[in-house]
Write a protein that binds this ligand. Structure first.
Ligand SMILES: Nc1ncnc2c1ncn2[C@@H]1O[C@H](COP(=O)(O)OP(=O)(O)OP(=O)(O)O)[C@@H](O)[C@H]1O
Ligand SMILES: [Mg+2]
Length: 282
């Protein structure tokens, strides 16, 4: 079932009257097994688009259907059900931490949605362990830990609700390279071990290239590409998408041009290195 957009447009009310932040979006996302990156220039509508996936925004026109539920649902409880099913991690989610202790913060979601205190605690501990927050940190203040750890606590707060689909709005922004890798590994493990559908907004084409299977490109509020990443980077109109090529592909194109090594795409650094070792032995 997953998520379906049928001719969805959304206009923010305000200064720019009749200006669609997203327009005529048609999209189907499966409940399991997808790893989708949503990319596009700043202001292209990425955050607006994903906020429709759990009814934070409702379409100005068109329809969104999430797990069989037409939005907006008639009953308010249904919205809670939906927000549990589709977990959305905002840009800079650590700004939303507010409890006295790390464990309480992670428990907030499950407690609010349905669970008893004991269940919520169990779900929170499970989520904490997924993101590598150690038991010894449970009672610490979420405001006295590093930025990278705060980000993990915020992510754990969403994971604790055990969403079926995880939507991440630039989850690695502002983290150092190590923090970025560690966090991406957590998301990738969820995808690989549980077949969980992950939707990732990112400006980092190296991460997109390494992890995503499908890429959706937004330009001025419209989808200009939706397909396999392998097809995206070779697309004849790639230039018009205003995206960077991932570093491994840049290197490989350069090597073909300057050194004559035939171009063969590789989507992450390890595969690039393996490939270069192979060709240098030939
Ligand atoms: N709360 C708001 N009120 C009015 N206009 C908004 C609001 N949020 C976004 N917009 C406008 O809607 C359009 C799409 O914005 P959106 O935040 O979805 O883009 P984005 O692709 O997520 O950008 P970024 O990469 O900078 O996060 C932009 O023109 C933006 O200025
Ligand atoms: Mg955004």
């Amino acid at each position: 079932m997953g998520i379906q957009f049928k001719d969805v447009s959304y206009a923010y009310k305000g200064l720019k009257v009749n200006y669609d932040a997203i327009g005529h979006i048609n999209l189907t996302i499966k409940a399991k097994g997808e790893f989708i990156a949503i990319v596009g220039q700043t202001g292209s509508g990425k955050s607006t688009l994903v906020q429709h996936m759990n009814a934070l925004l409702l379409p100005t026109s068109g329809n969104v259907v999430v797990f069989g539920q037409n939005l907006p649902p008639k009953k308010k409880e249904k919205i809670n059900f939906l927000r549990q099913k589709v977990g959305l991690v905002f840009q800079f989610p650590e700004y939303q931490l507010f409890e006295e202790t790390i464990l309480k913060d992670i428990m907030f979601g499950p407690k609010n949605f349905k669970s008893t205190e004991a269940q919520a605690m169990e779900m929170a501990k499970r989520a904490a362990s997924i993101v590598g927050i150690d038991e010894s940190m449970y009672d610490q203040s979420p405001f006295r830990i590093s930025g990278g750890q705060m980000r993990r606590v915020a992510v754990a707060g969403i994971l604790a609700m055990e969403p079926e689909i995880l939507v991440l709005d630039e989850p690695t922004r502002g983290l150092d390279p190590r923090g970025r890798r560690d966090l991406m590994k957590i998301f990738n493990d969820l995808h690989e071990k549980n077949d969980q559908t992950i939707i990732l907004i990112s400006h980092d084409m190296d991460l997109v290239s390494e992890y995503a299977k499908r890429v959706i490109v937004l330009k001025e509020g419209s989808i200009v590409f939706d397909g396999k990443k392998e097809a995206l980077f070779e697309h004849p109109d790639f230039e018009t998408f205003h995206l960077d090529l991932p570093t491994p592909l840049k290197i490989l194109k350069h090597l073909e041009k300057e050194v004559g090594i035939p171009y063969q795409p590789k989507y992450d650094f390890d595969s690039l290195l393996d490939h270069l070792k192979e060709v240098s032995h030939e």
